[in-house]
Each structure stands twice: as C-alpha cells, then as structure tokens.
Design a protein around this ligand. Sequence first.
Ligand SMILES: C[S@@+](CC[C@H](N)C(=O)[O-])C[C@H]1O[C@@H](n2cnc3c(N)ncnc32)[C@H](O)[C@@H]1O
Length: 348
Amino acid sequence: MSAHQLASIINLILNESSSAECLHDALDQFAEICSEVSGIVPDSSFDGWAEDTFLDSGMAINPQAAAYCIKDYQRSVIFIRGVYAAIKSAQERFENTPITILYAGCGPFATLLLPLLCKFKSGELDIHLLDIHQQSLNSVKQLITYFDFNHHTVKLLQGDACKYQHSTTLHVIIAETMQKSLEQEPQFAVTANLAPQLVPQGIFIPQKIEVELCLAHLENEKEWFKLCGHIDSGELIKAGKRHSLGTIFTLLPDQASIQMSEASRNKDTSALELGSQIVRIPSVDKLESYDVLMFTRIQVFEQYHLKDYEADLTLPHKCHDLSPLKCGAAYRVCYQLGNYPRFDLSEV
Ligand SMILES: C[S@@+](CC[C@H](N)C(=O)[O-])C[C@H]1O[C@@H](n2cnc3c(N)ncnc32)[C@H](O)[C@@H]1O
C-alpha cells in the first residue's frame, strides 16, 4: 500500500459524511495490510487468553485480541477523529513546539494514531508508543517502516502504563485500555498514573467515561437500536421505558489520581474500592420484567462521543447481582480495583 492509499483511507475515516460501509471497508483495509506486514491477525479469542498479561491493576489483552479492537468500527472511527481533533487543538494551544504525545496501550497496529501520521509533517509531533507486549511494539516498528513514517519522531516503549513515568510533561495522552463497564482492563489505574503527567491545558483521551446503572428491557432496546441506529437514553427515561438507578462512576482524568489516593480497603474482602454509594430499587410497574444494565458512555474528545449501543465498548453490561428485583431494596455499589477491576454490588 502506498502512502497515497493510506492517505485516502484516513481521509475517508475523518470525513463525517462517509457511510458506515465505507468506514468499515477503510478500517478492514488498514487492518489487512497491518496483518500482512506484521503477521498479527485480529482475533478476539486468540488462544483462550494464553498470551494475555495479568497485571496488578487489570488484564492487558494479547496482541491478537488488541488488534481485533479495530473491528469495533464505531469505536475506532470516533477515537481516530477525536485524536485528530485533539492534536489539532493541542497545536493551537501550544504554538511553535512539537506536540509530545504518549499513546499508552498502542497495541500492534497503533490504530488510534498511526493512520493519522499522514496528516502531519516531520517535526510536528514527538510520539511515544507504550505497550506491555513487546510483540505489539515490534509490529508497530515494522508498520512505521512500511508506511514510510520513519521521518516522524517515534519512540517505542515497553512497560506498564499504570507505573510508567515520562521524563517530561506531555501535551496529549491517549489511552484505550478498557472494556465496557470498565471491567477487567486497567483504564482507571492507567488514567490515574498518566493524567498527572500532562502539561497544564494538556489533553487526555478519553476526556470522560461515565457508567450509569439502569432498569431497562435489553432485548427491546437492542431491537430499537437495530431499527433506528441510535438510542436516546433521555427519551427512554422520559417515556418511562428505562429507569436510572444513578451514575455509579465518572472517570475524569484530572480527578483520577485523587480518587486513587482516596481508595479504601473493604473490611471483609480487603479489595481496594472507590466511590461507594447506595442505589435503591424504585417502585416500577412489572418490576420483575426489567433487566439491570450498566451503560458506559465515553467522551473521546469534545463532540466525539460513543453513546449506548454504538460500539462494543458501550453495549450494556447485564448485571445479575440484583436478581430477583425487590422494590425498595438498597445496594451498595463501588468500583473495585485490583487485577480484575469491576463494579461490586451488595445488598445493605
Ligand atoms: C483494548 S487494546 C487497544 C489497542 C489499541 N490502542 C486500539 O485502540 O486498537 C489495549 C492495549 O493496551 C495494552 N495494555 C493494557 N494494559 C496495559 C498497561 N497497564 N500497560 C501497557 N499496556 C497495556 C494491551 O497490551 C493492548 O495492546
């Protein structure tokens, strides 16, 4: 693939009027060439977790599974557009200096940044790509040469983003080390460690992640989404079809390290926990017919959002801990840190 072809792929991805089909084709084309060059083939279930790395703060998925993230098409499109807008915005905020970018958890294709390099001249960016898996970094190295990006300043770093300390402050940090409902992967711990390393006015991507607990009818909502292509949570709540039990967690980069320092140990399980709160099951007609769902919403950068059902990352997570539903029952909800981060709900 020539630089010219990669440029047309990225132009298509950035073009807000591209159809979903064109966007999928463009991402598939990029993934195919990356696989040919690196030998890493996207595979969501590669070897049953065999090459995943279990860290103190969560699981780092293996390079094949990380490559597969590109197939969460809307996620990839919105993140790539958000990253591009963020770098442009950083160039306006920090004039006459190369924009220093740390991309933590870049995976084998560095999907959220690599295709954008055609949009920048050498010297404009100072890029640092970090991953726990050396195999991913080897892949990215081959891709940089293949796409003829060696004129850009790119450093490859193997390490744990939950502990990594950069030698200078950074203008932009990109981290997508997450699954829906912030389960399993270390997004929170990565954010808490890296966000304080930004310069004032620096940009952390994603800018905000919110998890809301709701009563809703999962199958009906999936059907509506298939029919309409979008779901407006506010309208569903107004229409009485969905009932919010509350926002159970908000991850804002500039607050994450404070939240981390305020985490407390659960007396019974000794797990490190954040933001414990109480939710109560409301009195709702046909309560037993509802599912309890966790919705994850992501603001990548400014207007670039991922809403309910739009991406694998924002599919609702069905929560069985509250079954059978009892009107008036109260639950303590907290976000548990450790090697398998997750929300814990227990009746009080
Ligand atoms: C969900 S994949 C995303 C890959 C790529 N950024 C993308 O968007 O397509 C997460 C990546 O982060 C890496 N990772 C997860 N936790 C990490 C950590 N604590 N330190 C360094 N890398 C990590 C994994 O190895 C994997 O490559």
